[in-house]
Write a new protein. Structure first.
Ligand SMILES: Cc1cc2nc3c(=O)[nH]c(=O)nc-3n(C[C@H](O)[C@H](O)[C@H](O)COP(=O)(O)OP(=O)(O)OC[C@H]3O[C@@H](n4cnc5c(N)ncnc54)[C@H](O)[C@@H]3O)c2cc1C
Length: 535
């Protein structure tokens, strides 16, 4: 029997949410942090814009609340929005205390202040940032601090397979007591036991062929929580960014900032024709969802894979000085944007729905919390406002830490738990099943469950998912697990939850747009899914 690891708190995920929580807890608790890849490989690292909070002299909590509610298209939970916005300034101060170097600028009197930018949906300047690489600054500093803390143990390349709950083992409790964890290098499965388990596993952008998310964003936390009996809400609300660089190797995809359109960049069909004017009088400057829908329409109409973004009418110096990073990355991939248009495609960017929690990050399984992009707190409603997501990570990591502290001394370490049973499985000689299904799933999700939906397409996707899930489950029962198989199984389940939620929403609202019900329903409602065996 392998040694079972034992901690006060097991944090699954090392993004902004997971690391902030670990640092908040570590002075008083032994914390294990798992990351299935390198510590900084999550979505946090890629956040460019910044973090929203009421910090400016001319700003108010009411204004931030109002903007968030407007973006959420009637589906935000007002109590959550009030709570998060009110906590914002204090959580930003906490980040500053951790040593994150946000960008500063001198005011009229020469005094240095934190520089605030304004982003889509915000009626005031309220986005604090570290140049154009805020996420990198956050993750670099938090991970350095976590590495230094004697009470935090970081396990990179360790992927949680499933949560261990009392219910699963016929115990007289539904409590979550730990997780089975696969070491990607040694291929061994270990039991991690803990008084509290926290999911901080990020989003699920890889359910789609095109995504701005790194490869790790496979919805593992949502899938694990669902299998453990948690309620999952509003999975149909996937935010698509209109312009991601198109590349046949999708690991090379990256965001092309809206600023390129803001500076006059035009969207063109493969034959060179401009098309945005047909869809909105603001053309390329229309809001994100309208631009994404227009590109999607043209791509589907023409059966092509991408359109072009052209800013070649601007002088080369202007392009290089305004967009140095985008220019360089395009150049590395064979495109010089100073004299040729670049291929772009909309891409899955943010998962608004997720594991339902209360204002302390608690799920409905005892002992289990969910924080960050994996969670559905009610903050984003039917559409996330830019830069509210990193804020949500730090607000809920703090709230969860306070709630855990209150109970820490009353909850014992769980007893020895059943070991992972691999006695009935053999080595697979058909790894192609995994790679094929991975691609197939993401392709039909893109084609049938993307930006513009119809009931017929959703149903087509559902039939294929049912088939894939049967095949994946059979494979999972018979063959030794691997990192890819764990992720594929989770991705297929998350795709299923997205499609089921989309089929239940018989209206168009926020990020969910269906040709069969183009208008919003009179009364907004959340889509809440409950695992059958827990009904
Ligand atoms: C390109 C891009 C730009 C963005 N810009 C902004 C912005 O400017 N402002 C803003 O507020 N938001 C932005 N966002 C969104 C924001 O970055 C994310 O919502 C946020 O970083 C999520 O943080 P997280 O801690 O929840 O998850 P992540 O940072 O994604 O971390 C997830 C962690 O979980 C681990 N993990 C996952 N599954 C498992 C498993 N089974 N076992 C073990 N470990 C696991 C991963 O290894 C990783 O460590 C952007 C997102 C992208 C992709």
């Amino acid at each position: 029997m392998s040694q079972q690891a034992e901690y006060d708190v097991l944090v699954i995920g090392s993004g902004a949410a997971g690391l902030a929580l670990a640092l908040e807890l570590a002075d008083h608790a032994q914390v294990a942090v798992l990351s299935k890849a390198a510590i900084d490989a999550g979505n946090t690292q890629y956040a460019q814009g910044g973090i929203s909070a009421v910090l400016g002299q001319d700003d108010t909590l009411e204004s931030h609340i109002e903007d968030t509610l407007n973006a959420g298209a009637g589906l935000c939970n007002t109590a959550t929005v009030n709570f998060v916005v009110a906590q914002g300034p204090a959580r930003i101060n906490w980040l500053i205390e951790q040593g994150i170097q946000f960008t500063q600028a001198a005011d009229n009197t020469g005094q240095l202040n934190y520089h605030l930018t304004r982003e889509g949906g915000h009626s005031r300047r309220r986005v604090i940032h570290a140049e154009d690489a805020t996420g990198r600054a956050v993750i670099t500093q938090l991970s350095a601090k976590a590495h230094q803390h004697p009470n935090i143990k970081i396990f990179e390349r360790h992927i949680a397979i499933d949560l261990i709950t009392g219910k699963k083992f016929g115990l007289n409790s539904r409590r979550c007591m730990g997780a089975y964890v696969f070491n990607i290098d040694t291929e061994e499965v270990t039991v991690f036991r803990a008084r509290f388990v926290v999911l901080a596993t990020g989003g699920a952008g890889n359910a789609y062929l095109h995504t701005s998310n790194p490869i790790i964003a496979t919805g593992d936390g949502i899938a694990m929580a669902w299998r453990a009996g948690c309620h999952v809400a509003n999975m149909e609300f996937i935010q698509f960014h209109p312009t991601c660089f198109y590349h046949t190797d999708d690991t090379n995809a990256f965001l092309i900032s809206e600023a390129v359109r803001g500076e006059g960049g035009r969207l063109l069909l493969p034959n060179g024709e401009a098309f945005m004017q047909k869809f909105d009088h603001r053309a390329e400057l229309a809001p994100r969802d309208i631009v994404a829908r227009a590109i999607d329409h043209e791509i589907k109409r023409l059966g092509c894979n991408y359109v072009f973004l052209d800013i070649t009418h601007k002088p080369a110096d202007f392009i290089i000085s305004h967009f140095p990073n985008i220019y360089q990355r395009c150049l590395d991939l064979g495109y010089d944007m100073t004299y040729e248009p670049i291929p772009v495609v909309p891409a899955a960017h943010y998962t608004c729905g997720g594991v339902m929690t209360d204002l302390t990050g608690k799920t409905d399984v005892e002992g289990l919390y969910a924080i960050g992009e994996v969670a559905h707190t009610g903050l984003h409603g039917a559409n996330r406002m830019a830069s509210n997501s990193l804020l949500e990570c730090v607000v809920f990591s703090h709230a969860a830490s306070e709630d855990i502290f209150k109970q820490l001394n009353n909850i014992p370490i769980p007893p020895t738990l059943p070991e992972w049973d691999a006695s009935r499985v053999t080595n697979s000689d058909e790894e192609v099943v995994v790679t094929h299904n991975w691609y197939e799933l993401r392709r039909f999700m893109w084609d049938y469950v993307g930006i513009v939906r119809t009931t017929k397409r959703l149903q087509r996707a559902k039939n294929r998912i049912d088939l894939l899930q049967r095949e994946i489950n059979e494979y999972y029962s018979n063959f030794r697990i691997s990192n890819n198989l764990i992720e594929l199984r989770n991705l297929a389940l998350v795709a299923d939850l997205i499609v089921r939620s989309a089929l239940l929403r018989k209206e168009s609202r926020g990020l969910h747009y269906t040709l069969d019900y183009p208008q919003p329903a009179p009364i907004p409602h959340d889509t809440v899914l409950i695992p059958e065996e827990y009904l």
